[in-house]
Design a protein around this ligand. Structure first.
Ligand code: FES
Ligand SMILES: [Fe+2]
Length: 425
């Protein structure tokens, strides 16, 4: 990707070509076009079913290889909906592994700091249980038992930490809580996400992380990030006249579904074509903002799969990796990753991270900081409103909602969830 020079070109309102069948939605006949139920966002029964059918079966992204940079680096992950606590560690052979964070003696949580339900990270040579001092090596083997001779027929080789299936894809660490996953990670991710192979994620290591506990079902927040239909109303500042369609709305340039996963692409980048009325003064001053720094650093070649629709000019591709990850790749050489962790039928924990190529100058650092702060403001606009969606859905008065063609990915997401729940019954 080469560096981009701002111009004053005006972008005219336009419509994007739809598939030959006429609409994005009808391109996937299995989705139908009828009204959709959002009972899956309020029903305690469906929440329980999602636990077993989805979160105990699907591959779940819990971090990146940069989170475990050296032998002995580890982090823990609490997966509230399943009750699991996982420790991910890089072994002395360089492999990244995951284990249930439970001591094999009397079941104490093995790795934690001040508060047992909070996540932690660090580096060590071995794990030592706080309770009676049993020790495990980085490969999970039980290596030391205090007063071992007092036990009865204790075979240490059978008392290692319980392993969790763990695989790495382009530096993203995934775990699978199913003792026998039905698919390997790569097969699960499928060809569309496979098209991201070779993207230089490993060069984008400057990070800004956010965590928020939100008052909505996990899927409602994901929905808000997989359609842009709401943007002119909820975030009018993002959509100046130049990028609206003839009816004053916003159209995405490409939608695609692949197995349980989805992508939506938008056109751009065109921050420098924007009316100053549609941005904060600090965005103009720093030449950065909601869609990141205006000028792209050279991060090397990127695979064609980042823009599977061949959108020109391409702006952003927002990949939704089933079940609970969104990966937004910007044409300006950075990415965002969201994870939605269910904590109850009506709440979830949102994790957001922005990743840039490390700043080489103070100006670049400021661009990154501004992008992070502006991102946070817009995410709060969504999060704040979704409490209202959740509250209204919970009245139970209505459960029959219409979705338009720009909301195809919302339709697809809830159908995939329903299909997995049905398969799990
Ligand atoms: S519970 Fe861990 S050593 Fe006893
Ligand atoms: Fe939004």
């Amino acid at each position: 990707m080469t560096s981009t020079t701002p111009t004053t070109t005006t972008t005219t309102a336009r419509r994007w070509p739809r598939p030959a069948e006429g609409t994005w939605t009808e391109h996937y006949p299995e989705l139908g076009t009828g009204p959709v139920s959002f009972d899956d966002c309020v029903s305690p029964e469906l929440y329980e079913l999602e636990r077993e059918a989805i979160f105990e079966r699907a591959w779940l992204n819990v971090g990146r290889v940069e989170d475990v940079p050296r032998t002995g680096s580890y982090f823990t992950k609490e997966i509230a909906i399943t009750g699991a606590s996982i420790v991910v560690v890089r072994g002395s052979d360089g492999e990244v592994r995951a284990f249930h964070n439970v001591c094999r003696h009397r079941g104490n949580k093995l790795v934690w700091n001040d508060f047992p339900r909070e996540e932690t990270s660090g580096a060590c040579r071995q794990f030592t249980c706080k309770y009676h001092g049993w020790r495990y090596d980085l490969g999970g083997a039980l290596t030391f038992v205090q007063q071992e001779g007092e036990f009865f027929d204790l075979d240490k080789s059978t008392r290692g930490l319980a392993p969790v299936h763990c695989e790495v894809w382009n530096g993203f660490v995934f775990v699978n809580l199913d003792p026998s996953p039905r698919q390997g990670l790569r097969e699960f991710l499928g060809p569309m996400l496979g098209g991201l192979d070779g993207y230089p994620f490993d060069r984008l290591t400057e990070r800004y992380d956010f965590v928020a506990d939100n008052n909505s079902n996990w899927k409602l927040f994901a929905d808000a990030f997989q359609e842009y239909y709401h943007v002119p109303a909820l975030h009018p500042q993002q959509v100046p006249i130049a990028v609206r369609n003839p009816e004053g709305g916003f159209e995405c340039a490409h939608f695609q579904c692949d197995g349980p996963h989805r992508v939506v692409s938008t056109a751009g980048p065109r921050r420098w074509t924007l009316d100053p009325a549609y941005m904060y003064p600090i965005e103009r001053a720093t030449r950065s903002g909601l869609v990141g720094p205006w000028e792209a650093p050279d991060i090397g070649p990127v695979p064609a799969g980042v823009n599977p629709g061949g959108v020109e000019p391409w702006g952003i591709s927002n990949f939704q990796i089933f079940p609970n990850v969104e990966l937004l790749i910007y044409s300006t050489g950075w990415y965002l990753l969201y994870r939605y962790w269910p904590t109850s039928p009506g709440t979830h924990r949102f994790e957001g991270t922005l990743r840039f190529a490390p700043a080489r100058t103070a100006r670049e650092r400021i661009e990154h900081e501004v992008a992070a702060v502006v991102f946070k403001e817009f995410a709060l606009q969504d999060a704040g409103m979704l409490g209202g969606t959740q509250a209204a859905l919970e009245t139970g008065v209505l459960d029959d909602f219409v979705l338009n063609d720009q909301e195809i990915l919302v339709r697809h997401f809830h159908k995939v969830v329903a299909d997995w729940v049905e398969a799990g019954r």
